[in-house]
Ligand binder design. Structure first.
Ligand SMILES: Nc1ncnc2c1ncn2[C@@H]1O[C@H](COP(=O)(O)OP(=O)(O)OP(=O)(O)O)[C@@H](O)[C@H]1O
Ligand SMILES: CC(C)(CO)[C@@H](O)C(=O)[O-]
Ligand code: BAL
Length: 282
């Protein structure tokens, strides 16, 4: 496994793999790897002959300085996991490498970035597309894999690739969960033990919504009520966002449920915001 900190080194390592006729699968991450990330790497390996993983805690997607400062970092453990998984290249740039001093170019999906979760974290998705665009330009992958847990991010990346004519196939990976149902997330390790137990309420609320959706003549409001009631019953949890939207466009849905609907929830425990999502069929 080649560990690259500069763009030149990363490009040379990838050029060597391409020289062997290998297609490149790419998994961008912010590190503190867990089994969710490893499942995306397995998907990349199924879809290309060589795998590149980036680890970069991207400052431009954090609104909150404390969240950025406290974001978990564990480089030695991450590198051991990636080596074990058979990854060929790891790209670990620093901030000045990704954003050369004087850098002023942004990439933004102007509609999708500023709705839903983008309203809870203003500027967040502009930071994501700005960095993923730079990463794509450096790695030039054939295939890139993103988690469906970050559902809006996944749609935004697909939109950017389509709009900017990038020759990259975007694949979504299903959400990996802890045994109690909590979606794996690097932020979970910052939860207090009591909040960690309470955090199962996200997946419980989505399970309840899925059950509710099976009732005859169910409306979108019925499903929203079940979710808000489930979260409200957990005193440690504060519901920060509940979006019930068309699974493909993210437009709000109302009235009877008669098309695939994405439910996106964000729930706060102390100063930690957790998200989860589920697409339910009518
Ligand atoms: N539980 C999961 N299952 C599958 N993929 C996941 C999961 N969690 C995150 N991912 C995906 O891994 C990629 C890198 O995400 P990232 O490094 O931000 O991890 P994260 O655990 O989501 O971090 P955080 O929750 O703290 O934002 C993204 O494409 C993300 O959607
Ligand atoms: C895609 C990403 C690596 C961009 O920083 C990040 O948003 C993430 O980890 O989901
Ligand atoms: N996985 C999303 C990255 C973030 O929360 O900033």
């Amino acid at each position: 496994m080649e560990i690259c900190r500069s763009i030149e080194q990363c490009r040379a390592a990838i050029a060597a793999l391409r020289g062997e006729g290998k297609r490149i699968g790419f998994v961008p991450t912010m590190g503190a790897l867990h089994d969710g990330h490893m499942s995306l790497i397995a998907l990349a390996r199924d879809n290309a002959e060589a795998t590149v993983v980036s680890i970069f805690v991207n400052p431009t997607q954090f609104g909150d300085a404390t969240d950025l400062e406290q974001y978990p970092r564990d480089e030695d453990r991450d590198l051991a996991l990636l080596e074990q998984a058979g990854v060929e290249v790891v790209f670990l740039p620093d901030v000045d490498t990704m954003y050369p001093p004087g850098d002023e170019t942004i990439v933004e999906t102007t509609r999708l970035a500023n709705m839903l979760h983008g309203k809870v974290r203003p500027g967040h998705f502009r930071g994501v597309t700005s960095v993923v665009n730079r990463l794509f330009n450096i790695v030039q992958p054939d295939v890139a894999v993103f988690g469906e847990k970050d559902y809006q991010q996944f749609l935004i990346i697909k939109k950017m690739v389509r709009d900017l004519h990038m020759p990259i196939r975007i694949i979504g990976g299903p959400t990996m969960r802890e045994s109690d149902g909590l979606a794996m997330s690097s932020r979970n390790r910052r939860l207090t033990p009591a909040d960690r137990v309470a955090a199962v309420v996200l997946s419980r609320a989505l399970d309840a919504a899925e059950e509710q959706a099976k009732q005859p003549n169910v409306t979108v409001d019925d499903i929203r009520d079940v979710i808000s009631d489930t979260i409200a019953a957990e005193p440690r949890a504060t519901l920060r966002g509940l979006d019930t939207v068309a699974a493909d466009t993210l437009d709000y849905l109302h009235g009877p449920l008669n098309e695939p609907m994405a439910i996106m929830i964000s729930v706060q425990f102390s100063d930690i915001l957790l998200i989860d999502q589920r697409v339910i069929q009518p």
